[in-house]
Design a binder for this molecule. Structure first.
Ligand SMILES: [Zn+2]
Length: 195
């Protein structure tokens, strides 16, 4: 399989596969990946910079491919801002660098814990229970933050609400008309009166 095909199989945004090896025991794929973006925003002054100071590599565990473990050797770039001189590192967004796993592995692991136990997730993804617990807590925190962000109170009316408002205003004169009894309610009332 060529590197472009590997990149497609991997399907991670923002990275490109530059080398593929298989471990001596044949159980693990080792994929070296580099970042496709070559500029970054300085977290200090927000200026864009392409000035690389140094590059290091981080070992990141990803989801299995065809029953084999996948280890990504991920390029982490340290930039230096040309305006304010600040140094800062950039890791691909698909990676939880501090936990040494991809975000999608962390998500799958969290779902696994939710559906079963820490021990099962630990055995399934070949990670220590303490690591699984840390990843689980971080992903739950992220999900709660995301939910809070998307569930903001309504600040203005959407098109449906405007339609209801306009409709209600237009029908106001008709509000004096007596409500028509529903077919199911009428026989019940009649029955009560006769009884
Ligand atoms: Zn800066």
């Amino acid at each position: 399989m060529d590197l472009a095909t590997w990149a497609q199989v991997l399907g991670l945004p923002g990275v490109e596969v530059v080398a593929v090896e298989r471990s001596a025991d044949g159980k693990t794929w080792l994929l070296s990946v580099i970042q496709t973006c070559c500029v970054a925003l300085c977290p200090g002054c927000k200026e864009a910079t392409g000035c690389r100071h140094l590059v290091r590599w981080a070992m990141i565990q990803d989801l299995f491919i065809s029953g084999r473990e996948v280890l990504l050797k991920v390029q982490v770039i340290q930039f230096q801002c040309e305006r304010c001189g600040k140094f800062f590192s950039v890791c691909p967004a698909c990676v939880l660098e501090d936990r040494h796993v991809t975000v999608r592995l962390a998500e799958a692991l969290t779902d696994c814990v939710n559906a079963s136990t820490l021990r099962t997730a630990s055995a399934t993804y070949h990670l220590p229970e303490s690591t699984v617990k840390e990843i689980f807590e971080e992903i739950i925190e992220r999900r709660c933050a995301e939910k809070a962000r998307t569930l903001k109170p309504i600040a203005k009316l959407g098109i449906d609400e405007i339609h209801v408002e306009v409709h209600a205003t237009a029908e106001e004169p008709a509000a004096t008309v007596q409500p028509v009894a529903t077919p199911t309610a009428a026989p019940a009332e009649a029955g009560e009166k006769s009884g």
